[in-house]
Write a protein that binds this ligand. Structure first.
Ligand SMILES: Nc1ncnc2c1ncn2[C@@H]1O[C@H](COP(=O)(O)OP(=O)(O)OP(=O)(O)O)[C@@H](O)[C@H]1O
Ligand SMILES: O=C(CO)[C@H](O)[C@H](O)COP(=O)(O)O
Length: 419
């Protein structure tokens, strides 16, 4: 494998002209410690990447003869992609994760072995262009799918690309950034499996299906409480996106290999979506993938309620189900968790019953969740099932590549620290 420090990479661009907006300038002077992410807000508040520092560690080029494994993650804006990415990159074992260090605003996240690009970068119309044409960012006509296809294909073949950048702070298209292929390549955004050419390049796909009531609750929490938007403007924005969301984003959930669906809880009457029921919908017959299940593969579970002694629950309680379902014409196995628990570590009482979880140790789920326990959803099914999904993604990766993530990481650890 060719190993090098990111600082030596031609793509790092620390010497490039600084086009950094004031909010991001701060970010560049901060160095990541060894923690998972730098928790301060570093890029613009409207950026999908607020909360990440600049990556500052060794990066791994593709080992000779190896091709990146491409994972697609589809979801509407504000549906928890960033949170899910934290869980996924954590499972892939990177010591830290951060923004590609190009010296200006970017949507690309990297770790030592993974690259995560945001498909917003393929918007062909900038904010002004969309306002003038009346097209939304969700409309294929506002996106360059041909370029998306060509570049994902090139990456998959192991070729470096110059990818455009959509700047969420200015609403404009910025000069391109250099994206080099890495062993794990995640494409996340509105349309990773909408265009059939790109879908065919994706080795495994996940759709985050946040139902309207919950989406509204999460948007209120973030856009009203954290960004000062009014309730009316949030409502208006969600309503205005609905037709294009239904036409161009939502259909992808029929095609995804795993869907993580988040609904209001059925345990209480909770119209505000505070309590959640989460379903991990796993398609059968997908190459390199076997669903994670509870107790026994193929067994139905009709309302397993762990005792409050083994899994403390001080709010609405916890109920787990497992069943088969026809998911838009495809057979699927569903693992469902409704309600909340008080403490991540108590999930060990459930973890021990998992089958085909792809764990490397008997307590890996709890330990992975504890590392990001401040992330939203850590005390409900979103955190638990997103973690199980991340383990399955790693398993798919290892099956395709014929190499474990630990083996890959060892090669990175062998790199001397950058001067
Ligand atoms: N599992 C969860 N439980 C509760 N709230 C959540 C959960 N996941 C996300 N949220 C809420 O939704 C908001 C959006 O989450 P996140 O930033 O991960 O989504 P996103 O899809 O990356 O958004 P965007 O693309 O708009 O940047 C968070 O600020 C948080 O308040
Ligand atoms: O659907 C979205 C995905 O993130 C955004 O709304 C889209 O990218 C446009 O971004 P902005 O609102 O910052 O102009």
């Amino acid at each position: 494998a060719t190993l090098r420090s990111s600082k030596q990479s031609p793509s790092t661009g620390f010497a490039a002209p600084v086009l950094t907006p004031p909010k991001a300038a701060n970010a560049l002077s901060k160095r990541l410690d060894n923690s998972f992410v730098n928790p301060v807000t570093l890029v613009g508040e409207s950026s999908p990447r607020s909360g990440y520092g600049v990556y500052d560690g060794p990066r791994m080029s593709l080992p000779p003869g190896e091709k990146p494994v491409v994972i697609g993650v589809a979801a509407d804006s504000g549906c928890g992609k960033s949170t899910f990415m934290r869980r996924v990159t954590q499972i892939f074992g990177g010591k830290n994760v951060g923004l590609l260090p190009i010296g200006r605003e970017t949507n690309t996240l990297v770790s030592d072995i993974a690259t995560i690009i945001c498909l917003d970068d393929y918007h062909s119309l900038d904010r002004k262009g969309r306002a003038e044409t009346g097209l939304s960012a969700l409309d294929p006509k506002a996106n360059n799918f041909d370029l998306m296809y060509e570049q994902v294909k090139a990456i998959k073949e192991g070729t470096t690309v110059e990818k455009p950048i959509y700047n969420h702070i200015t609403g404009e298209l910025d000069p391109a950034e250099t994206i080099e292929p890495s062993p794990i390549f995640i494409v996340e955004g509105l349309h990773p499996i909408y265009d059939s050419r790109v879908k065919d390049l994706v080795d495994f796909s996940v759709y985050l299906d946040i139902t309207d009531d919950v989406k509204f609750a999460w948007k209120i929490q973030r856009d009203m409480e954290e960004r000062g938007h009014s309730l009316e403007s949030i409502q208006k924005s969600i309503e205005s996106r609905k037709p294009d969301f239904a036409a161009y984003v939502e259909p992808q959930k029929k095609e995804a290999d795993i869907v993580i669906q988040v609904l209001p809880s059925s345990l209480v009457d909770d119209p505000k979506g505070k309590y959640l029921k989460v379903r991990l919908i796993q398609r059968l017959g997908v190459e390199n993938f076997t669903p994670v299940e509870l107790f026994e593969s193929g067994a139905d579970v009709d309302g397993f309620a762990p005792s409050k002694t083994s899994v403390p629950q001080s709010t609405i309680g916890l109920k787990i189900k497992q069943y088969s379902e026809d998911w838009f014409g495809h057979p699927a196995r569903v693992l469902e968790m409704d309600g909340e628990y008080d403490d991540v570590s108590s999930l060990a009482a459930i973890e021990k019953f998992l089958v085909n979880a792809g764990e490397k140790s008997s307590a890996e789920v709890v330990s992975a969740m504890e590392k990001v326990k401040d992330a939203p959803g850590s005390l409900n099914g979103t955190g638990f099932l997103q973690t199980l999904c991340a383990l399955k993604i790693r398993e798919v990766y290892e099956k395709i590549q014929g190499e474990t993530v630990e083996e890959l990481l060892k090669k990175v650890e062998a790199v001397p620290a950058a001067a």
